[in-house]
Design a protein around this ligand. Sequence first.
Ligand code: KIV
Ligand code: ZN
Length: 513
Amino acid sequence: MSSNDRVIIFDTTLRDGEQSPGASMTRDEKLRIAKQLEKLRVDVIEAGFAIASPGDFESVKSIADTIKESTVCSLSRALDADIDRAGEALKNAASGRIHTFIATSPIHMQYKLQMEPDQVVENAVRAVKRARNLVGDVEFSLEDASRSELDFMCRIIEQVIEAGARTINIPDTVGYAVPHEYGNTIRQLIERIPNSDKAIFSVHCHNDLGLAVANSLAAVNAGARQVECTINGLGERAGNAALEEIVMALRTRKDTFGLETSIDTTQIVPASRLVSSITGFPVQPNKAIVGANAFAHESGIHQDGVLKHRETYEIMTAEDVGWNTNRMVLGKLSGRAAFRARMEELGTVFATDAELNTAFARFKELADKKSEIFDDDLVALVSDARASAGHEKYKLSSLNVTSQTGEVPVANLVVSVDTQEHSAEASGSGPVDAAFKAIEQVAASGANLQLYSVNAITSGTDSQGEVTVRLEKAGRIVNGLGADTDIIIASAKAYLHALNLLDANIQKAHPQV
Ligand code: KIV
Ligand code: ZN
């Protein structure tokens, strides 16, 4: 495969994905996702924005220290301090990249940067040179490229390539582009810039008009050889181009694109599940590739056709994208060693025996309630265990909800607050509402409930329910997670987890991008 036949997959779930309100992740969560991305064999992992906060720096650093098979990248504005901080975080990377950017559209230059175009070029060139002194692999992005002038883009790109940038990214920052126009822009840039052969052209599309994947593919058709994307299309506002859709479109329609990626597609569904369970952003059932219905045939005509000859209605198989890797692995009689081994295969390594023992005890509790334990149950179990690890001001001690036809549901609960037990009773329009009201009686957080969602982790009525509760307080947004075979308990745990996150103040502000 020549390098021109290959599309580099640059995953930005941990950076642009995290810029989704409420998708903030801890360092350990990011590391777990990074390990799964490495297993998925993405070429580049954008691990964060090192200067954004000490937490972001630590996340980029720990991913750079750990990941060996993928290039690890940090974002930085075209500012000396940003670039130096990115270089420091990437110091131990087996393969590190600095991704520096500056806005190039008239509207951004005039109002946001308040710079003349010449100053923008000067800053870009200086940033790329400084980054090249720290790492060999430098990417330069023209923020808001889809609303920038072609002549100006040609001028700045020629100079940053001259200064040492090896990847040139043309983002559709505000999701404004349409496929034919965007593809044309990429083609013209490659044709007109004299040294364009010294760099790989990349695209980064937002989904405001629902065109992120279509625009990315149009750009690939026009010569782009790197696509920036995220798992499940997570990202700012309407999100970024979905990795799974880009990869499977290139693979399924190799006849028309004639291109390959290095992705192990059987790791797509596990990656999707992991990102969804960590961020608390559920995947809609009809989402392409990773939605629960993506391979389900309901109509009789379709079922009949598929049974007679699969390809009558299926263009790819569920196995190709990893649906069937969710096999039943463990049961009631499984021992600690089997549990530990399967967890390691799923990307969770227990740092201490105590951590292993706590998780194993939870697994045994679950196995008592549920006869078949699937990989997804194990992933949820770890997320739930991590949700209650570390800083835990509020903890559920007990919950009793009565609910019967014609009666108002009532919740009685005991919550420990900094180890002191408090009880409360509240009624509500449903059992979950009653439980949340009772929690609020104790916590008096004043937070606004922005989202409540329940997902069945596996099929069957004994499935665990995984609940996401999004709370907002004073502009800070957190997603709490809880999993249990009893969805009222899962809901209470998710609410308390969200309160603990608000209390721990783990949300951080991102500098203006
Ligand atoms: O959307 C965008 O322009 C970005 C850049 C920082 C690459 O995320
Ligand atoms: Zn972006």
